[in-house]
Design a protein around this ligand. Structure first.
Ligand SMILES: [Zn+2]
Length: 304
């Protein structure tokens, strides 16, 4: 195979779906497919992934593999324990994937890091080398790219912006702390907050319904989005002044709310970002539908 036609395999592992793609050196996706993450034990889940990978790879031999996965992860040993994939606990994903595709480099990364890397590579952040990427959905994940590389930190878990404490008197968070960004800004938490104030009390509704009602002018929905936006902005500005960056990209299901989320986020960021080196801080929607998958592929290319 010539260098021009070389490809890597990107894999994106989430609690809801799994995706795989063959990706060229310039970020072009050659083949891509996805499946719903099946329930089941470790092997049943992996067998479904293996079938997906086999279908995507076909007769080609990728020169490296990058995997982005929901955490927690053990990057040193290549183990994954995604909170929403109960069959995988300390599952040796890196070794199992290597056994599948042959003896090539296999790189593992946090899903939020891969999202930021993907947007930095070919998405909303392609004009800059340093950015913060945030995924707002059932939780709040994030990744920081510095000089084109994901910031890993000591254990590989850097950029847990969702668990930055922004309210010293805040509610308990699933992580054990309290007042985290996620307690204000995740989809389920925003829905719960709105329902406690009387919005669609007793109905089974999700963040998409909340954002539609906010867009239609519902006062409770708008107030809850404003609170979530304020928490996100506090996390964004704290990160920006710590890392020294000015580009922020937000994706994920809740970000589909559009201006209902982005307008108050930008307004709060403008209010909170006062130091001279962050006054140009901008927050933009993600441009890629599959940033995590592309970021995983970028990890693979970085090994070649
Ligand atoms: Zn937390």
């Amino acid at each position: 195979m010539s260098a021009d036609s070389a490809t890597v395999l990107g894999i994106d592992i989430g609690g809801t779906k799994m995706a795989a793609a063959l990706v060229a050196a310039d970020g072009t996706i050659l083949t891509e497919d996805r499946i719903l993450t099946p329930p089941g034990n470790a092997d049943q889940v992996f067998d479904a992934l293996a079938e997906l990978v086999g279908r995507v790879v076909g007769g080609t031999t990728p020169i490296a593999v990058g995997i982005g996965s929901a955490g927690p992860l053990d990057l040193t040993h290549g183990l994954v324990s995604p909170v929403n994939i109960t069959g995988w606990r300390n599952f040796p994903l890196v070794d199992r994937v290597r056994a599948l595709v042959g003896d090539v480099p296999v790189e593992l990364g946090v899903d939020g890091h891969c999202f930021a890397l993907g947007e930095s590579w070919t998405g909303a952040g392609r004009a800059v080398d340093t950015l913060l990427g945030i995924v707002v959905s059932t939780g709040v994940g994030a990744g920081i790219v510095v000089d084109g590389k994901p910031l890993l930190g000591q254990s590989g878990n850097a950029a847990h912006l969702g668990h930055m404490v922004v309210d010293l008197d805040g509610e308990a968070c699933a992580c054990g702390s309290y007042g985290c960004v996620e307690t204000y800004a995740s989809g389920p938490r925003m829905v719960a907050r709105a329902q406690r104030r009387g919005w669609r009390a007793g109905e089974r509704v999700d963040a998409a319904v909340l954002s539609a009602d906010a867009a239609a002018g519902d006062e409770i929905a708008l107030a809850v989005f404003d609170d979530g936006a304020q928490a996100l902005a506090a996390g964004i500005v704290a990160t920006a002044v710590t890392v020294d960056l000015t580009t922020v990209v937000i994706g994920g299901g809740v970000a589909k709310a559009g201006p209902v989320l982005f307008d108050p986020v930008s307004r709060w960021v403008k209010r909170l970002a006062q130091l001279p080196f962050v006054t140009e801080l901008t927050v933009e929607p993600a441009q890629l539908a599959n940033a995590g998958l592309l970021g995983a592929a970028r990890l693979a290319w970085a090994t070649t």
